[in-house]
Design a protein around this ligand. Structure first.
Ligand code: PMP
Length: 440
């Protein structure tokens, strides 16, 4: 183990600068809702490694299943053969899909890769090229997904030209639309659908548009759940023009929002669903699910990947799916979500707290931006001393990891789905203290 000072020196000298880190902590271990640093500091983890460790760190059954698989078969390459945990995982996933038509899977390792595969599938299945994306969406950092990502310029700055054929439309999020926080969802949906109709009539017609991709809860863009009205409108537009609807549930999937998948809130059927993060509690695994008929349009050999659907990751994912049921995780998400909202809602009287929103344990608090200088009409993107990052920094000092998100002043809560009542109370009280100290 590195002494703390040596470790800091090492990562200053030898680790890429392009990564933006919430803390300078060096993690030595993690158990349940806590991680511990090499200096012996315990931190309450309200980030779950950005929504990945949904059953907490080192969940005994998941780690045990992975360890067992490590002693049996570590790598069974997808272009060479199937393997047992991969097939077992399909059996676990099938009943969880929001629609029975999503019966065919292709596994990969990261969220971005799965989004790339969704895009390739949409193009292969429709014979069309263009993709409509939601303004504020995040789909990854690879060269293809970076073009679909519009949540912040930092993800693409310096990396142009981006992949062509991508058209951003309005996501129904009041702040991004320049509307008041209490704008009714139906009005937001109507305005956003109007914008989509303009894209289709002015920029990329239905004849050229392969897919529309949406996060049913806008993730890095601010933890904004989409309204059922908008999702239903989107489905109608897709059906009318023969466009495929891709739901990117990389962050919102696997019980995170109080349903297995957030698309269930609207009852809308995706044509392609993208999954990752919570699927395997920290093991690198992602997937797309779609209809047999669409997947059959891809020529053999056109998709693959050395580590795609790794056997250890699949074994972990099987254990995750079993633990969800055995440990009644859904009930816990519902109870802890109520507890979190009850606590955050008491902050609404604070004039700096603009909005408390989200679903399940994917929840955000948005603060009012500091008053911009007179005449400044621009969004204060990532101001270094922003409210949200000051609150997050205070939480860290007090022993809790809490992420910010969006170009607005937003912090996001993504604790483990099996967090206890007491741990949630601890997190809420740290957060409230931090807010009071920052805005006193
Ligand atoms: N889609 C969404 C909705 C995400 O939240 C993320 C990751 N934050 C990605 C795609 C990309 O996943 P990865 O970082 O595993 O490539």
């Amino acid at each position: 183990v590195f002494a703390a000072a040596a470790a800091h020196a090492k990562y200053t000298a030898n680790v890429a600068r392009g990564v933006n880190r919430l803390s300078s902590a060096i993690l030595a271990s993690g158990k349940g809702s806590y991680v511990e640093t090499t200096e012996g500091k315990r931190l309450l983890d309200f980030t779950s490694g950005i929504g990945v460790t949904c059953l907490g760190h080192a969940h005994p059954k998941v780690s045990e299943a992975a360890a067992k698989q490590c002693m049996t078969l570590v790598h069974g390459q997808c272009s060479i053969a199937h393997h047992a945990p991969g097939l077992e995982l399909i059996d676990r996933l099938l009943p969880l899909m929001p629609d029975a038509s999503l019966d065919t899977f292709f596994f990969s390792s990261t969220g971005a890769e799965a989004v790339e595969n969704a895009m390739k599938l949409a193009r292969a299945a429709t014979g069309k090229q263009n993709i409509i994306v939601m303004r504020g969406g995040y789909h990854g950092r690879s060269v293809g997904t970076m073009a679909l990502t519009t949540s912040k310029t930092v993800y693409s700055a310096g990396f142009f030209p981006l992949m062509p054929g991508v058209y951003p439309t309005t996501f129904p999020y009041w702040h991004q639309m320049g509307l008041p926080v209490d704008t009714p969802p139906a009005e937001l949906a109507q305005k956003a659908l109007f914008d989509l109709s303009l894209i289709l009539s002015q920029q990329s017609s239905g004849k050229d548009t392969a897919a529309i991709i949406i996060e049913p809860v806008l993730g890095e863009g601010g933890y904004v759940p989409v309204s059922p009205e908008y999702m239903r409108g989107l489905r109608e537009v897709c059906d009318k023009h023969g466009i495929l609807l891709i739901c990117d549930e990389v962050q919102s999937g696997f019980l995170r929002t109080g349903k297995y998948f957030a698309t269930e809130y609207s009852g809308v059927r995706p044509d392609i669903m993208v999954m990752a993060k919570g699927i395997a509690n920290g093991f690198p695994l992602s997937a797309i699910a779609s209809r047999r008929e669409l997947m059959d349009k891809q020529s053999p050999g056109s998709v693959g990947g050395t580590y795609a659907g790794n056997a250890v990751a699949c074994a972990a994912a099987v254990a995750v799916a079993d633990a969800f049921k055995e440990e009644r995780i859904l009930e816990n998400v519902q109870a802890r979500s109520r507890q979190l909202f009850d606590s955050l809602n008491t902050l609404r009287s604070n004039p700096y707290v603009l909005d408390v929103r989200g679903a399940g344990l994917m929840v955000a608090t948005e603060f009012a931006s500091p008053t911009p200088p007179a005449g400044d009409i621009f969004v204060n993107a990532q101001a270094p001393k922003s409210m949200a990052s000051r609150v997050s920094a205070r939480c860290l000092e007090k022993g809790m990891l809490l992420l910010t998100t969006s170009v607005f002043e937003t912090v996001r809560f993504i604790p483990p789905l099996n967090i206890s009542e007491q741990e949630m109370a601890e997190g809420c009280s740290i957060f409230k203290e931090a807010v009071e100290e920052v805005v006193k």
